[in-house]
Design a protein around this ligand. Structure first.
Ligand SMILES: [Zn+2]
Length: 292
């Protein structure tokens, strides 16, 4: 955490983030770890100075393709091998998670929602897509500085994670193991560069993945996180629907909602649900508070 916060503060001082350039190492299919400059290496002005070289798994695109490119998937959906769907407890704790999907129509920022979480001191895990970070650089830096929030990865282009190009909600998925690597690895490299440490948790765009793609995520050093309660129906629920759904979440739930649609019912629904849950003895956790 300290290394992370130091890196963010350094980023603030350097006025970085605006570029959010794609690492040359990934553009050429090189090692993810090469995205971090070696200690003492000269840096281009404007790039984020890291507190220390991050412990990023050394796995090349070519290695991923060689190991997984010939495998055929057997499952498709929100589950799969190694996919986390709840906190593995029935105690009265809930992980609120908020996705920021980015892209056209998806790069808004729900300031009312985040402000409410701050006032209630309700921790949350924020799954951020590369495109959303690029559209909200100052907000990203602010959120990353706050221990109340844990930053996680929501992919690079917000694609369903498939090795065969399967679609979800009309969005074509990644088409092969190499594209899975790109979808996971580019946002991993971005967040590592910005935070100083790699993200622990990954949620695919749309939430869909196949079992081979899920294995690739694990091999790349991230844990794939789904959910047990769909709290805002993809930011389509009314405030009342969000309130009733989230309030009914049992202990150990991972609740998915969105923080990129300020015009949705999410903020008002969460603002109604959280005090009710607190009064009933529930507490809120970030994923890393409970999961290893
Ligand atoms: Zn999303």
């Amino acid at each position: 955490m300290m290394a992370s916060r130091r890196a963010v503060l350094a980023a603030l001082a350097a006025g970085a983030l605006a570029g959010c350039r794609r690492p040359a190492s990934l553009a050429s299919g090189g090692r993810i770890a090469a995205a971090a400059p070696a200690a003492g290496a000269s840096r281009t002005p404007g790039t984020v100075p890291l507190a220390a070289p991050p412990a990023v798994p050394v796995l090349t695109r070519a290695q991923v393709v060689a190991r997984y490119g010939h495998l055929r998937p057997h499952s498709w959906g929100f589950g799969g091998p190694g996919v986390i769907r709840d906190l593995h407890t029935s105690r009265r704790m809930i992980a609120l998670t908020f996705d920021a999907c980015g892209g056209p129509g998806g790069s808004g920022y729900d300031q009312a929602l985040i402000g409410f979480l701050r006032r209630q001191e309700a921790p949350a895990t924020l799954f951020l897509n590369s495109r959303w970070i690029d559209a909200n650089p100052a907000v990203f830096l602010q959120l990353a500085r706050e221990p109340l929030f844990e930053i996680a990865s929501h992919g690079t282009r917000h694609l369903p994670l498939s090795v065969t190009g399967r679609s979800a909600y009309g969005i074509p998925g990644t088409r092969n193991a190499g594209e899975v690597y790109d979808e996971v690895g580019r946002n991993q490299a971005k967040l590592t560069r910005l935070l100083g440490v790699p993200p622990r948790w990954f949620r695919p765009g749309t939430g869909y993945c196949d079992d081979v793609a899920a294995r690739i995520v694990t091999a790349m050093g991230e844990r794939l996180v789904s959910f047990s309660v769909n709290g805002d129906g993809g930011a389509t629920f009314t405030p009342g629907q969000v309130r009733s759904t989230v309030t009914a979440a049992p202990g150990g739930s991972i609740v998915i909602c969105h923080m990129n649609h300020p015009d949705s019912g999410t903020a008002r629904g969460i603002a109604a649900a959280v005090p009710r849950l607190m009064a009933a003895g529930y507490r809120f956790v970030r994923l890393s508070d409970e999961l290893r």
